[in-house]
Ligand binder design. Structure first.
Ligand code: IMP
Ligand code: MG
Length: 179
């Protein structure tokens, strides 16, 4: 087994700030989807902690499903090549979808996903992303519900990884010393 060199990580968004913002997002979603049948679609793996906290702030009888998408190898740069590693377990024709993603970086993953889902004729598709790096966007992606805008920096924690690690940090951490 090769040795793992731990990078420096400092707190960028604390656990308290995350919870506060997520409860606001949950309230907005609850208001906007009153009387509608909503399927919340989490994008694995990065969404798992954000989604777990977000759905508990949504006061509606939602259905939760997951898709696995992978756009990164072991590097910290987006390849733009998207692989569906797990598809939805249900059909979505005429259903309202809310996609839950950890971060929109170049936007290539989301733009691929939106095109793919569109062919399945849902009633509506909106995006809820915890983080977005507007400076890095290569394609425009409409983010209906956004937690935080961040600079062009690599972050980990609260579901986000660096080479598979650090998803378990309870805060969003800034990684330094990896370039
Ligand atoms: P995009 O296709 O460039 O928008 O990349 C989206 C995916 O890249 C996200 O779902 C993350 O999995 C990953 N990603 C982008 N930026 C970061 C980061 O700063 N930390 C960890 N993962 C990231
Ligand atoms: Mg992701």
């Amino acid at each position: 087994m090769s040795t793992f060199h731990a990078p420096n990580i400092s707190v960028m968004i604390s656990a308290e700030e995350l919870q506060q913002r997520i409860s606001q997002l949950g309230a907005e979603i609850t208001k906007d989807y009153q009387g509608k049948d909503l399927i919340v679609v989490g994008i694995l793996n990065g969404c798992f902690i954000f989604l777990a906290d977000l759905v508990r702030e949504i006061d509606l009888p939602i259905i939760t499903d997951f898709m696995g998408l992978s756009s990164y190898g072991a590097s910290t740069k987006s390849s733009g090549i998207v692989q569906i590693t797990k598809d939805l377990s249900m059909t979505i024709e005429d259903k309202h979808l809310l996609i839950v993603e950890d971060i929109i970086d170049t936007g290539l993953t989301m733009s691929y996903l939106l095109e793919n889902l569109d062919t399945r004729r849902p009633a509506s598709v909106k995006i809820c992303s915890l983080l977005s790096k507007p400076m890095k966007h290569k394609v425009s992606v409409p983010i209906e519900y956004l937690g935080f805008e961040i600079e062009d920096k690599f972050v980990v924690g609260y579901g986000l990884d660096f080479d598979g690690r650090y998803r378990n940090l309870p805060y969003i951490g800034l990684v330094t010393g990896i370039e």
